[in-house]
Design a protein around this ligand. Structure first.
Ligand code: 4AD
Ligand code: MG
Length: 431
């Protein structure tokens, strides 16, 4: 049995074996410092030529960066750094001596790194982002279960659009014609709430948008949540609770990841104690115009607008009740203003942009049918969805959160392509 690097602190004075990869090596010819990673963490192993059999020392000299290896030695406390543990090597065996590694310590351009994504994933920063992503996903699952949601999941091959018909990826589907890769599982979990009350799906969704921003992928992971008997205001409370639960868990579990990323977490800590801000869409437009944006009434917010609106905010900002003309057919009309819908976008701080899109859903059969016809959608395609308004319709609401958007914000990554193991964008399909 070998030991994980993260557990070395409990093994001081013992002889252990760790198995992993050589991240870096420095050698004076008499003493070698091996920086080793095993996935659970990073540790330094110290090899002293004079205290090792000649063949062990020669083996160490041959090890190149990224060689896989097994090292045995006594665990000691680092002489100067608190909380850091080292291995005093007595045995060291290469598993495979790596060829010359294409990613060196010098700066590489993003295209080169993305071409080598299969290797780049090993770098300390990418390792940290992968681990933050895992923590974000775990936090989402835990929070939703604590709020009585269960996971039901939605199909990826779908016969029709959820979020408008312009951004779909078509796939030939046997004798049944064309299937489309799902843009959101929302419509399906709306069906499942009548079975389980509150539910969520979690998986990849696809958008054929020709966006080249730092926040758009063509394949990304979304969590859609849906709850029966929840109306607009409570929907926002659930979203706020979720975002805070994610940040809290990352702050608790990801300190070494944040330090690997040199991520200052003051802003994350600060937002936990305060309620999120709210603007109605109309107010947001007025405020943006005052701040110098030329956005017009009835337009969607651009990246710059989102940035402007949140630049002095310590907390994420909800923009509520948008014009129905620019939002999806399934959103419930605001009873107080028939041009508006009961929806929200949640805009993150620190330039995170839109993190969540949510709404109360139209639960009246006739109104929903009218919206479907008005949008020119096929009534037949949405027959099953309309059925949900015929057999025990209830007020209900839900939202979708983009996992990579959240990971980008929390990790402080510059570009969303670093926030998913193998990104798919308009100009990248490999590796
Ligand atoms: O706002 P959106 O389009 O909402 C929906 O799809 C709803 N059906 C969700 C629901 O109510 N269940 O997408 C939700 C979130 C956005 O707020 C954003 O975080 C993320 O998905 N997102 C993207 N992330 C990466 N790349 C893209 N191209 C994205 N488009 C949306
Ligand atoms: Mg949206």
């Amino acid at each position: 049995m070998h030991t994980f690097i993260k557990d070395l602190s409990n093994k001081v004075g013992e002889e252990v074996t760790i198995k992993g990869w050589l991240n870096n090596k420095r050698s004076s010819g008499k003493i070698a410092f091996l920086e080793i990673r095993d996935g659970s963490g990073f540790a330094q192993a110290v090899a002293v030529k004079d205290s090792l059999p000649a063949e062990v020392w020669q083996g160490i000299e041959k090890l190149t960066q990224e060689s896989s290896l097994e090292v045995t030695g006594k665990v000691t406390k680092h002489p100067k750094q608190e909380g850091v543990f080292e291995l005093q090597v007595c045995k060291c065996a290469g598993v495979q001596v790596a060829s010359e590694y294409p990613i060196s310590k010098k700066d590489h351009g993003p295209e080169f790194l993305m071409d080598n994504r299969h290797l780049w994933l090993r770098s300390k920063k990418q390792w940290a982002i992968l681990r933050i992503r895992d923590t974000v996903e775990t936090a989402i699952n835990e929070y939703l279960h604590s709020q009585n949601f269960i996971r039901t999941d939605s199909p990826i091959f779908t016969p029709n659009a959820c979020e408008g018909t312009t951004t779909l990826f078509p796939v030939p589907y046997f004798d049944l014609g064309t299937a489309y890769l799902s843009q959101s599982g929302q419509l399906y979990i709306e069906a499942a709430i009548a079975s389980v009350g509150r539910c969520y799906d979690f998986g990849p969704v696809f958008r054929a948008e020709k966006s080249t921003t730092k926040r758009h992928l063509t394949e990304f992971w979304m969590m859609d949540a849906e709850a029966a008997f929840v109306e607009h205001d409570e929907n926002l409370k659930i979203q706020e609770g979720l975002v805070k639960a994610i940040v809290k868990k990352c702050l608790e579990n990801c300190q070494q990841e944040f330090s690997a990323l040199e991520r200052d977490t003051v802003a994350l800590k600060k937002m936990l104690d305060k309620p999120f801000s709210h603007y109605f869409y109309d107010e947001a437009i007025k405020k943006l115009n005052k701040l110098g944006s030329d956005i017009k009434y009835g337009e969607d917010l651009g990246n710059d607008d989102e940035g402007l609106l949140t630049k002095d905010s310590d907390v994420p900002v909800f923009i509520e009740k948008w014009p129905k003309s620019i939002k999806s057919f399934y959103m419930k009309i605001d009873p107080e203003n028939s041009d508006r819908v009961l929806n929200d976008d949640l805009i993150g701080i620190e330039g995170a942009g839109e993190l969540i899109g949510g709404s109360q859903r139209e639960d009246d059969y006739n109104l929903l049918l009218e919206r479907i016809r008005h949008e020119g959608l096929s009534e037949k395609d949405y027959e099953w969805y309309l059925d949900l308004r015929k057999y025990g319709s209830v007020p209900h609401s839900g939202f979708g959160i983009g996992v990579e958007r959240v990971v980008r914000w929390i990790s402080g990554a510059e570009h969303i392509r670093e926030c998913i193991p193998f990104p798919r964008t308009i100009n990248r399909l490999r590796p």
